[in-house]
Design a protein around this ligand. Structure first.
Ligand SMILES: Nc1ncnc2c1ncn2[C@@H]1O[C@H](COP(=O)(O)OP(=O)(O)O)[C@@H](O)[C@H]1O
Ligand SMILES: [Mg+2]
Length: 302
């Protein structure tokens, strides 16, 4: 907080709490223009200057948005008069002589694989694919690093929504009417421009159903009797498209085993035709068939 003040910023109450937090997982559900990016840029600058050999990873839905946060870090670092000399400075990364680094990447699983970070920031987190969160968790398990996700909500689904409902996260929620920098007139104007749902999402930080959704979240919960759908149900196309090849194959195998993709009567038809029952589906390393488990050496002629 002192560091923020030395940069000419007077942190709001929630910003003070977030800057002082040492929780491993922090969720900032703060209204648009509330100061999420500013706060975490200050935290990043502080981390790399004071903690040698640390790696801070900046993730957001697009490279452009990650660069936006990174640019703030660079500005703060330069404003401080570069208290630790830099070895390299460019639009994507900053490397300091104390061994610390800040790297900005786009929100894709491939973009973040391979790093072991001490602090990961996910900006606009509600718009980042779930596969990114899944790739970040193991990375932090190794280093004992921290994860800070920040966003306005984007519907009642996905990782960000689930985290907002979970006790495992330290959560900060601030709505725009609590912000000293935003006037009531501006909010009234935005309310009129954006419409009810978007206004509640962007300025009141509510997890509302997407505008235009055919069914509300409550309708869907009621259909499932409050339970999640069983995993053997067909996955939505978008979810399957995001999966890696081994995940897709495992899903296909699981669905095959549960009978979802077997055609009725195919076994009988195959028998009548004198065919072998298994039309092999090779594992990604092509060592065995994932349906009948035969090894490839034995079954090459099959
Ligand atoms: N505590 C503060 N005091 C003064 N200005 C602030 C403070 N926090 C944020 N701001 C300013 O508010 C604006 C929005 O901040 P930003 O961090 O981009 O918000 P968000 O990422 O939540 O949309 C920026 O111009 C930033 O400089
Ligand atoms: Mg921002």
């Amino acid at each position: 907080v002192k560091f923020a003040k030395s940069l000419g910023m007077k942190p709001d109450k929630w910003q003070t709490a977030a800057l002082r937090s040492t929780a491993p997982r922090v969720l900032l559900n703060i209204h648009r223009q509330g100061g999420k990016t500013t706060t975490t840029a200050i935290l990043t600058t502080h981390t790399v200057v004071y903690k040698p050999n640390s790696l801070v990873l900046i993730v957001s839905p697009t490279q452009r948005q990650s660069t936006e946060l990174f640019r703030k870090v660079l500005n703060y670092y330069r404003q401080l008069g570069k208290p630790v000399e830099s070895e390299a400075e460019n639009m994507l990364s900053l490397v300091l002589e104390n061994g610390s680094r800040v790297i900005s990447v786009p929100g894709s699983e491939a973009g973040i694989r391979g790093y072991s970070a001490d602090l990961v920031l996910i900006d606009e987190a509600a718009r980042v694919p779930d596969s990114v969160f899944e790739a970040v968790s193991p990375m932090l398990a190794v280093t004992g690093g921290r994860l800070i996700v920040m966003s306005t909500p984007a519907g009642r689904r996905g990782f960000y929504y689930e985290a907002s409902m979970s006790d495992r996260w330290e959560k900060h929620t601030v709505i725009a009417t609590e912000c000293p920098r935003i006037s009531a007139e501006f909010l009234e104007d935005e309310h009129g421009t954006l419409g009810e749902l978007s206004y509640r999402q962007e300025y009141l930080c509510e997890f509302v159903d997407a505008a235009g959704a055919a069914f509300t979240g409550d309708d869907i919960d009621a259909i499932w009797g409050g339970c999640a759908p069983p995993r053997s149900e067909p996955h939505p196309v978008a979810e399957v498209a995001r999966m890696s090849e081994p995940e897709r194959v495992a899903l296909e195998q699981q669905r095959y085993m549960s009978g979802l993709t077997r055609q009725r009567g195919s076994r009988e038809r195959a028998r009548a035709l004198g065919q072998k029952l298994c039309q092999h589906r090779w594992s990604p390393d092509r060592s065995h068939c994932m349906w009948c488990d035969k090894q490839s050496e034995e079954t090459k002629a099959c």
